[in-house]
Structures are given as structure tokens and as C-alpha cells.
Design a protein around this ligand. Structure first.
Ligand SMILES: Cc1cc2nc3c(=O)[nH]c(=O)nc-3n(C[C@H](O)[C@H](O)[C@H](O)COP(=O)(O)OP(=O)(O)OC[C@H]3O[C@@H](n4cnc5c(N)ncnc54)[C@H](O)[C@@H]3O)c2cc1C
Length: 268
């Protein structure tokens, strides 16, 4: 998200200057859904240099949580809405654009997949579906699904690839267990599949102390970065400030189950 909306707040329609001659957004990777899975996938694809757009049309199911206590790194737990805001900011920092829109359909246009919403189209080489609990917009692609009770999941090959070319499934929609970290971890793994399929020169996305590779006569591997002590201290200081600012934001109220409120999504 370049520009106008503050990090962590989805743009209404993205920035006008990002549109191509058809009025479409173009990206290498389009991710549908900005829950723990979609945002995590975006962190990894964007950090690896793939132009990434996340399209999200509603609240993550995690917004219904009262207090998130099983995510590593948060002793005492964390407000789930704050966790999502922080994760979205991290995706935006990594270079992803986040657009506020509901995906209604996906079609194939030559080599590209085009996701359409009420008022925009996003053309991408690869599509990551992280949109629990909706994959109905994929039906024109004849993608394989599996049914468990009332719930529909996407079938994958175990590495996140669905039966449709260049379409991947990450997080709960892929039928994995229903935990935030499981969804995020699964999405990171699916992002690795995307990088592999896209032939991105990539080893790891590690940040190491200066000399970690080069003092052993090795090149810094693709995707990795060596930083000196001053840069490390600067980054640590920025991180401390941003964590503090995030923690000082007042917690939001959890959403209720749709059957108790005015939302229509019946899942879970
Ligand atoms: C009440 C409750 C409490 C929970 N508590 C915990 C807990 O304490 N610990 C824990 O680990 N897990 C908890 N969970 C589970 C956790 O929320 C989920 O496992 C996790 O959010 C799944 O992540 P996801 O990214 O796959 O899906 P989601 O977080 O649901 O994200 C999917 C996103 O896709 C969007 N989307 C859907 N369809 C479309 C479309 N067509 N176009 C655009 N966007 C779309 C949705 O609006 C949503 O933002 C809880 C869940 C609930 C309901």
C-alpha cells in the first residue's frame, strides 16, 4: 500500500496510479484474504521480491477471539485485533499492497488469473486463496474441493497447489487445523511453494550479522541479508518504537458470532 491510508488500514480501492491501461491492478501474486494466513503469505512473497496484492473483503474470523493466548512471542497473550493490525503492517512494510474488496469471481486470461470485485479487477500470475470460508468465486476454474459437514475446503497437493494451475490454498480454507499459528505457518510454507514455482532465486529470507556468510568466503545467498551492528541497532530501535505504539493503541472489542449479530457468514 503506497501512500494514503496508514499502514494497517486497507485502502478502499488501492491507489489509482497502480492501475494498468484496462483499469486493472497488476501483480505477480494476488492473495485473497487478510487473516493470519493471507497476511503471512504476503510477508513471505513480498519479502522475496514478488509484487503482491492482498484483497480482503471482511473481517478475519480471528476478530471473534476474546484474547489470543497461544501465539508464540506474546507472554500473557495479545488482543487478536491488535495482532491482525500488526501482521498487516508487517505485510505492508514488506511491500505488499492491501486492498479492501470482496472477490466475486476469478477467470483465466491468457497466462494470468483475474480476480474481480464489485469495482476492480486484479490480474496476477498466481493466486493464493486464503479466504476462509469462501472459495465459491473459484468455481468457474473448476477447482477440486472437499466437503466436511457443512464446510467446503480446497484440495491441495500437500504443498498448497490446488487442482487449478497457479492457484494455491493457504490457511483454514485448505482444511488445516483451526489455529492462528497453524494457519500462518501453513501460509508461509505455501508461499515457499509459490516462490519455487515462480523460479525466484531464493535460499532463505534470513537477516544475519555481518560476516556470517562472507567471513567464510561465501556469497550472501539470494534472499538473505547481512547487516552490520549499527544497522542492527537501528532496526531494533525502530522495532521497539513500533511495538510500543501498537501496544498503546486501545484494544478493539471482539466481534460476535454472525448468528448473534448482523453478519451473514455462518461458519464456526
Ligand atoms: C471465536 C473464535 C476464537 C478463536 N480463538 C483462537 C485462539 O484463541 N487461538 C487460535 O490459535 N485460533 C483461534 N481461533 C481460530 C483462528 O481465528 C483461525 O484458525 C484463523 O483465523 C484462520 O486463519 P485464516 O487466515 O485461514 O482465515 P481468516 O482469519 O478467517 O481470514 C480469512 C479472510 O478472508 C476474507 N475473505 C473471505 N472471503 C473473501 C472473498 N471472497 N474476498 C475477499 N476476502 C475474503 C475474510 O473476510 C477474512 O478476512 C478462533 C476462532 C474463533 C471463531
Amino acid at each position: 500500500m503506497d501512500g494514503e491510508a496508514p499502514a494497517g488500514e486497507k485502502t478502499a480501492n488501492g491507489d489509482e496510479e497502480d492501475r494498468d491501461e484496462h483499469g486493472w491492478f497488476e501483480a505477480e501474486v494476488c492473495i485473497v484474504g487478510a487473516g493470519p494466513a493471507g497476511l503471512t503469505a504476503a510477508i513471505y512473497t513480498a519479502r522475496a521480491g514478488l509484487d503482491t496484492i492482498v484483497v480482503d473483503g471482511g473481517p478475519s474470523i480471528l476478530e471473534r477471539n476474546a484474547h489470543l493466548e497461544n501465539v508464540p512471542g506474546f507472554p500473557g497473550g495479545v488482543d487478536a485485533r491488535r495482532f491482525l493490525r500488526g501482521t498487516e503492517r508487517q505485510a505492508v512494510d514488506a511491500g505488499a499492497r492491501v486492498v479492501d474488496a470482496h472477490v466475486e469471481g476469478v477467470t483465466q486470461d491468457g497466462d494470468q488469473l483475474v480476480a474481480t470485485t464489485a469495482d476492480l479487477s486484479i490480474a496476477a500470475n498466481r493466486l493464493v486463496v486464503a479466504s476462509w470460508s469462501d472459495c465459491s468465486y473459484l468455481y468457474p476454474l473448476d477447482v477440486a474441493t472437499k466437503q466436511r459437514g457443512t464446510k467446503t475446503f480446497l484440495e491441495t497437493d500437500g504443498d498448497g497447489r490446488t487442482s487449478a494451475d497457479d492457484v494455491y490454498a493457504a490457511g483454514r480454507i485448505a482444511g488445516i487445523p483451526h489455529q492462528t499459528v497453524v494457519a500462518a505457518g501453513h501460509a508461509a510454507e505455501v508461499a515457499m511453494t509459490v516462490l519455487y514455482d515462480a523460479d525466484v532465486p531464493f535460499y532463505h529470507d534470513w537477516v544475519t550479522p555481518e560476516g556470517y556468510f562472507t567471513d567464510r568466503g561465501r556469497d550472501v545467498p539470494p534472499g538473505c541479508e547481512e547487516i552490520d551492528a549499527e544497522t542492527r541497532r537501528e532496526r531494533e530501535s525502530v522495532s521497539r518504537e513500533r511495538q510500543r505504539a501498537l501496544l498503546e493503541e486501545p484494544p478493539d472489542e471482539p466481534r460476535t458470532h454472525p448468528s448473534l449479530g448482523d453478519e451473514t457468514d455462518p461458519e464456526e
